[in-house]
Design a protein around this ligand. Structure first.
Ligand SMILES: [Zn+2]
Ligand SMILES: [Zn+2]
Length: 223
């Protein structure tokens, strides 16, 4: 309860005169009357009184609905799978047609939930290593002025084409592989999928930025 009152303080509002101090159960809380919220176009107000279900929570200015009751109703509604799907789809469509607003809300959420955001990011990164690596490769290539780009799916296709074996020594690379630019970027090679192969880490290290033909020759191969 007190939290709701305090939370109001962080709201961008000009002057604190809109708020009334009150005591509920020995805790000082700050009230924002509906009338003032309406005048100032603030979507929620707080009168400190319990709703019919006993929540002492904010109310929506428009129709006086209790925010907590609305939240519970939404939770009940979304506990049905088909409702959840429809809800997510509506959200997706809205985000696509409101890119700027959506980015703004995301940013606000990130700022309010810094720690959670950080842990979500690192979880996503550890579950999507191929995407992260692809992003890094594309970004590096761009900085070096190389043309072409590829996706994580391109790399998966190349891996499948090579039967998950190193293109040089044919050892299995199911567990660990490096994506290699056949014609190295430092030699002006493209970053497009046609210039990519997958190698075992040790072959990739010895190949480095060498000319692919010269390197093949050092292995006793003529291509
Ligand atoms: Zn309620
Ligand atoms: Zn190898």
């Amino acid at each position: 309860m007190a939290e709701t009152g305090q939370a109001r303080l962080s709201m961008p509002i000009h002057g604190l005169s809109a708020y009334l101090l009150n005591h509920i159960g020995g805790v000082m809380i700050i009230l924002l009357p509906r009338k003032i919220a309406t005048q100032r176009g603030i979507v929620r107000y707080f009168n400190g009184k319990p709703c019919i279900n006993g929540h002492i929570a904010e109310r929506y200015t428009k129709k006086s609905f209790c925010v907590e009751c609305s939240r519970e109703a939404l939770r009940r509604h979304l506990s049905i799978e088909s409702n959840l799907k429809a809800h997510n789809l509506r959200g997706k469509k809205w985000r696509e047609s409101h890119k700027r607003e959506s980015a703004f809300f995301v940013k606000q959420w990130q700022e309010r939930n810094k720690e959670r955001f950080k842990s979500l990011c690192s979880r996503w990164k550890s579950e999507n290593k191929d995407k992260v690596n692809t992003y890094t490769r594309n970004r590096r290539a761009l900085i070096r002025g190389s043309d072409g780009a590829h996706t994580a799916d391109d790399v998966s296709r190349i891996l499948a084409l090579q039967g998950h074996r190193c293109a040089i020594c044919m050892t299995s690379i199911k567990d660990r592989y490096h994506v290699d630019h056949i014609e190295p970027i430092v030699r002006g090679g493209s970053n497009g999928k046609d210039n990519l192969q997958v190698l075992c880490p040790s072959c990739n290290t010895s190949k480095g930025g060498k000319d692919p033909y010269e390197f093949a020759a050092t292995l006793g191969r003529l291509f």
